[in-house]
Write a protein that binds this ligand. Structure first.
Ligand code: HEM
Length: 181
């Protein structure tokens, strides 16, 4: 994944837990990179190793790290660095989610080698959307949940998020039920 992702993990750990904890995470991950370049494509393994090392150093489950990272990605990385793209994505949570299938199209200009996820949406009712998530990458279910939680915070619009299908249960892909109650 592009370095911007690894950099965001670094920022999350440093700002929430301090520079020493980040150093410990880097040592634990075994990654010999002094700093990440946003526009350079790194092996996906680098990102997974950082997330696993953070889980081990912080003593929390990997899925908690991924969840926290999803929220951080929206509320810090996207909000602070990609304000225009976020505004273009939709003016409400509902509109933004319905536009998600085309969201990363704009990111290709900055990141030409991007391998983004694929999304499809089904409008069940005024109160409910099903979001289908497809990716060749494994294990990011809780990252996606965190992203959706982050978007709910970004728009200050509370929702419940339930993963109703998953590759973890032998489904072909993940489906999240997003409900306004
Ligand atoms: C301005 C905001 C955003 C930018 C610049 C951006 C860019 C990126 C980049 C660079 C990657 C790494 C993939 C690679 O390097 O090949 C990525 C991955 C990903 N993005 Fe975004 N993204 C943004 C917002 C979002 C939003 C709002 C969502 C959904 C709620 C989202 C969902 C994901 C997911 C799930 C992945 C993991 C890749 C996978 O599942 O295969 N992103 N994005």
């Amino acid at each position: 994944m592009y370095g911007i992702v690894n950099k965001a993990i670094e920022e999350l750990v440093t700002e929430k837990f301090g520079a020493e904890v980040w150093n410990a995470v880097k040592v634990k991950s075994g990654i010999k990179v002094d700093f990440f370049l946003s526009n350079e494509a790194y092996d996906d393994e680098v990102t997974y190793q950082l997330a696993n090392a953070a889980s081990s150093v912080l003593g929390v489950e990997l899925k908690e790290v991924l969840n926290l990272f999803g929220e951080w990605w929206i509320m810090h990385t996207c909000k602070e660095k990609y304000g225009a793209m976020m505004n273009a994505g939709g003016s409400s949570l509902r509109a933004f989610i319905l536009n998600l299938p085309r969201f990363h199209d704009r990111a290709f200009l900055m990141y030409p080698k991007l391998a983004p996820p694929e999304f499809k949406t089904v409008e069940v009712s005024e109160q409910q959307i099903l979001l289908h998530y497809y990716s060749n990458r494994e294990g990011l279910q809780e990252f996606v949940r965190g992203l959706l939680q982050g978007l709910s915070q970004f728009f200050n619009d509370p929702v419940t998020i339930e993963m109703v299908e998953s590759r973890l249960n032998n489904n072909h892909h993940e489906i999240y039920k997003i409900s306004w109650v």
